[in-house]
Each structure stands twice: as C-alpha cells, then as structure tokens.
Ligand binder design. Structure first.
Ligand code: CAA
Length: 260
C-alpha cells in the first residue's frame, strides 16, 4: 500500500510507523485510521520476521494532537458513533497485535493521540511529551476508548480528574502515574522503544504473543483471563521453542528460538 499519512520503515526486524501530518500536529484523520488498520491487519502480520512496532509522530512537537477536529464538521449522532466505532476497532487491532507495539511519545499526545498511545503495549515519553484528554473542552467524551484505557493504566480517581478537567500532564507526571513506562531525553523516544523491542526480540515469539493475549484477557469482560493463561501455558508446552528454551537452560547456553 502507498501510504499518504504514514511513513513506514524497517530496521533489524523493527517497524517504525510515523504519523506524518506534522502541520496538523499529526491529528488522526480518516486516512490515518485506514492506513493504521492496513498496517496492523495486513502489512505487519505478513512480515514473519517482525519483532515489534514503534509508533511515533512526525516532527518534534506532537505524537498526535487528537482526532482531526476539522473532520467533526457536520457530524451528527449516527456519523459520530460510526467514527467512534471505527477508532475503537483500529485501536483494538493494535492492542491485540501479537507483537509488541510501543508508542514513542515525542510531544502532544492529546485526545485520540493519547488514546492511540494507550492502545499500544507500552509508552516511552520524551521530556517534552504532554498527555491529556481534552474532549470536554469540545463538548465530547473521548471517542476512541480513552474513558476505558485511562482507568486501566492510572486508576479511576486520577483518570476522572484528567478526563473532567481536560488538564494536560507532562512526561514526569505521566511516568509517576503509570501512563508512561519511561521518560527519556527529547528525541530519544524511538531509540528507547527500539532498545526494549530488541530485548523482547531475543525471547520466544509465540510466548510473547500469548503473553499479550493473556494480559488483554484480563480487561476483556467476555474472557476468563485465568483460563486464557491455562490454555496459553498448555499451547506453549507443545512448541519447539519451549523444548529449546528449557534445554538451553539445562545445557547452560543461549536459546535459539524459531517461533515454532
Ligand atoms: N485536529 C485538527 N487540527 C489540529 C488539531 C486537531 N486535533 N490539533 C492541532 N491542529 C492544527 C491546528 O488547527 C493548526 O493548524 P493551522 O495551522 O492550519 O491553523 C496546527 O495544527 C497547529 O496547531 P496550533 O496552532 O493550535 O498549535 P499550538 O502550539 O498553538 O497548540 C495544541 C497546540 C495545544 C495541541 C492545540 O493545537 C490544541 O489544543 N489542539 C487540539 C487538541 C484537542 O482538543 N484534541 C482532542 C481532539 S478530540 C478527540 O480526540 C476526540 C476523540 O477521542 C475521538
């Protein structure tokens, strides 16, 4: 696919997906959503050697400043629900991606931008990152599951404070609250994300995929996370990588995983 609003590059098995709308502070419009959907459901899964994905924003000012407010003109109830549903679907695809996805938050991460970062498995904040859910300023709630994932990450009380005041918080506060996994110098976000992905790339790929599935099951009201883990454990015990991993431990050597 020829992307219009994303830049996609690969290095050492790691994909970097950059939202490329710098003049609009990387606001998430329909094209960005269609292209993210394509990357995470078609291009990414087709790359068998993929270790993981970093998502970031073009330029040094924004990760993504939210849904594209210019596309809100003429929105009625039905269209708004369709827009929200589409965002939920794309972010679920990212959350359930079987390889780790890390948001490298290089600036404003507001509204839909914060929701995108929260759908990723981890978040690395540059020193100038600013997080917030300012939808009440526009007379809206979050539309891409911010009201749900913010609670999962920072708890109900703090989530309500951020959602109801529309306050923005900086990188250190986001880290203190558990919204950001790490804070790094401005401009070092992608490098830190890649460092984490490289470490994960030395582990058994099927175990990584199943671990993501188990953790997601905790938050899925239709799933039993405990049973998901029991099944994952049984599934993995039948894999070549389990035999390789346990033999390597006994033989005091480094495991060579094949993802089988
Ligand atoms: N949608 C569309 N365009 C946006 C945008 C957005 N979310 N955020 C910024 N832009 C555009 C601005 O319109 C401006 O474009 P022009 O030069 O053509 O006028 C350009 O990006 C630069 O923005 P500013 O001049 O405003 O830059 P600033 O440094 O003065 O302010 C900011 C930066 C505080 C992030 C400010 O741009 C801002 O408040 N943006 C909106 C943030 C927001 O409300 N996000 C939530 C959107 S709603 C949502 O996301 C709902 C949902 O969950 C589905």
């Amino acid at each position: 696919m020829d992307y219009q609003s994303l830049l996609v590059s690969y290095e050492d098995g790691i994909a970097t997906v950059t939202i490329n709308r710098e003049k609009a502070l990387n606001a998430l419009n329909k094209t960005v959503f269609a292209e993210l959907r394509h990357f995470f459901s078609v291009e990414g899964p087709a790359r068998k050697d993929l270790i993981g994905v970093v998502i970031t924003g073009a330029g040094s000012k924004a990760f993504a400043a939210g849904a594209d407010i210019k596309e809100f003109m003429g929105l009625d109830g039905e269209k708004a629900m369709a827009l929200s549903q589409n965002g939920h679907e794309v972010f679920f695809i990212i959350e359930q991606f079987p390889k780790p996805v890390i948001a490298a938050v290089n600036g404003f991460s507001l509204g839909g931008g914060c929701e995108l970062a929260m759908a990723c498995h981890m978040r690395i904040a540059g020193a100038k990152a600013r997080f917030g859910q300012p939808e009440v300023n526009l007379g809206l709630t979050p539309g891409y599951a911010g009201s749900q994932r913010l609670i999962q990450l920072i708890g109900k009380g703090k989530a309500l404070e951020l959602l109801l005041t529309a306050d923005m918080i900086g990188a250190e506060e986001a880290h203190r609250l558990g919204l950001a996994n790490h804070v790094v110098e401005q401009g070092e976000e992608v490098a830190k994300a890649k460092e984490i992905l490289k470490k994960i790339g030395t582990k058994a790929p099927l175990a990584i995929a199943k671990t993501i599935e188990c953790v997601n099951a905790y938050f899925d009201k239709n799933a039993n996370g405990f049973q998901t883990e029991v099944k994952a454990f049984g599934f993995l015990a039948e894999t070549e990588d389990f035999r390789e991993g346990s033999n390597a431990f006994i033989e005091k050597r480094k495991a060579e995983f094949k993802g089988k």
